[in-house]
Design a protein around this ligand. Structure first.
Ligand SMILES: [Zn+2]
Length: 455
């Protein structure tokens, strides 16, 4: 579901500001790209399991001498170039968070290998909670991109160049593990899927690497985030799991740079980063105070641990480690998990019905509702109400008739409401609980056959 992500953009802008200021000197020193190309913030992880780093890169792939810069966007004849596949489609794009996976460095004869890699990467991501429990709120599409050559530039060594559909390359900004891609080319392929909220580029390589682009909506792209990762390195899936959390959960990075010193600003809007210590949080009932002292999936206890949002001092994170700090754990902490679930419900609807709610319906009309399939952490519950009064015996039903719920033929207008709530214990914030509670209400004309003209 495409929504205006003002919150994401504001986080991206704030980050870019901080990073831009901090990197101004070194960025100028290493900048060998033409200055007219727009630059965007990317995050990368220098080694498997490591903490992240951020830098800025051009959105387009620099032209390689001797190579054609402008590859034809027309589908290559006799290939599956541009073909859309359904890896996991659980509902209408209007009601789902749509993820699009595009392959790079796969030739016409290697598209099966791309599909195998895309499925393996998505399976690895959805082994992580809360992706695992809430994957029913997501659609996953694949788009075939046929490359002239197999593999991507910079693999195995920096001097290797490949002519590929998306122009992906290791050694972006002189950083071996940083895989950049040409975002215009990525967008042209992602656009073939019904909708792209998030894009993952899987590069045909056994070498560890990847990146996370953010703030792309501000550059005019229809999606905000792109994750790149290598296909045949088991550790690379964690990069996408981390990057999606920025876009969907609006989570901040919990890692630090030694050189940054003490946090210079005031309190941040970020869910998982705060200038407040635990005592202050508890006293003011703010930030992650509801989780303080709880045993966390990352193995520790939720508290306030100094060092977050790149600054080692004066700012705190909820747990010693988490997926937002380093990729050597596959768990979000409890505040992060709740934020992810909030994001899923912000981007998707668990409840839908083909019976429209605009016009009035008859009391004999069959109402069917469908609910996203949720599992694990989720605790979905369906309740029915007539004129706001709960009908206990209808709990859990996905098909009802208003008359059977107790709407009488009394000539009056009534309402029938279905409410889908998520009672998961992974939500403690009432605002998030409200986000995870969805309702559909029908107006029922109860004039019926027996009393058509009563006042
Ligand atoms: Zn990050």
């Amino acid at each position: 579901m495409r929504t205006t992500r003002s919150a994401v953009i504001s986080v991206g802008v704030a980050l870019t500001g901080i990073i831009g200021a901090a990197l101004a000197a070194p960025a100028a020193a290493v900048d060998t790209e033409p200055t007219q190309k727009p630059r965007v913030s990317v995050e990368y992880f220098p080694e498997p399991g490591s903490e992240g780093r951020r830098t800025e890169v051009p959105v387009n792939t620099p032209t390689v001498p001797g190579r054609s810069a402008a590859r034809s966007m027309a589908p290559a004849a006799g290939t599956t170039d541009g073909e859309v596949g359904q890896l996991s489609v659980t509902g209408s794009s209007a009601d789902r968070l749509d993820v699009v996976i595009v392959g790079d460095g796969y030739t016409a004869g290697q598209q099966d290998a791309f599909h195998t890699a895309a499925a393996a990467k998505w399976a690895a991501i959805t082994r992580i909670e809360p992706y695992a429990s809430y994957q029913g709120l997501m659609n996953v599409w694949t788009v075939d991109a046929v490359s002239a050559e197999s593999g991507i530039s910079g693999d195995p060594t920096a001097d290797v160049t490949k002519d590929t559909a998306l122009g992906s390359y290791f050694w972006c900004s002189d950083t071996e593990r940083l895989i950049c891609a040409d975002i215009d080319k990525v967008a042209s392929y992602a656009d073939r899927a019904p909708e792209a909220d998030l894009v993952i580029v899987v590069s045909n390589s056994t070498k560890y690497g990847g990146a996370g682009y953010s703030g792309l909506e501000a550059e005019g792209y229809p999606f905000d985030g792109v994750s790149t990762l290598s296909s045949d390195n088991a550790q690379s899936s964690m990069i996408a799991a981390h990057e999606i959390a920025h876009s969907v959960g609006l989570l901040a990075d919990e890692y630090t740079y030694d050189s940054y010193g003490t946090w210079p600003g005031g309190e941040l809007p970020d869910i998982n980063s705060s200038t407040f210590t635990a005592d202050r949080m508890a006293a003011d009932r703010t930030k992650w105070y509801r989780w303080l002292g709880e045993t966390d999936p990352t193995g520790g206890t939720v508290g306030t641990y100094e060092g977050s949002s790149y600054y080692p001092f004066g700012i705190y994170r909820p747990t010693a480690n988490s997926l937002m700090r380093a990729l050597n754990t596959s768990d979000f902490n409890l505040p992060g998990r709740e934020a992810m679930i909030a994001g899923f419900y912000r981007e998707a609807n668990a409840l839908s019905s083909e019976v429209g709610t605009r016009g009035a319906i008859l009391r004999t009309r069959h109402i069917k509702v469908s609910r996203a399939e949720l599992s694990g952490l989720a605790a979905p519950e369906l309740r029915w109400y007539v004129d706001g009064v709960r009908v206990g015996r209808a709990q859990g039903l996905t098909a009802v008739v208003p008359a059977a719920l107790g709407v009488r033929a009394d000539g009056r207008t009534h309402t029938v409401t279905v409410e889908s709530a998520d009672r998961t214990t992974s939500i403690r914030d009432p605002q998030v609980r409200a986000e995870a509670t969805e309702r559909l209400t029908w107006t029922v004309k109860a004039s019926g056959r027996t009393a058509p003209n009563r006042p």
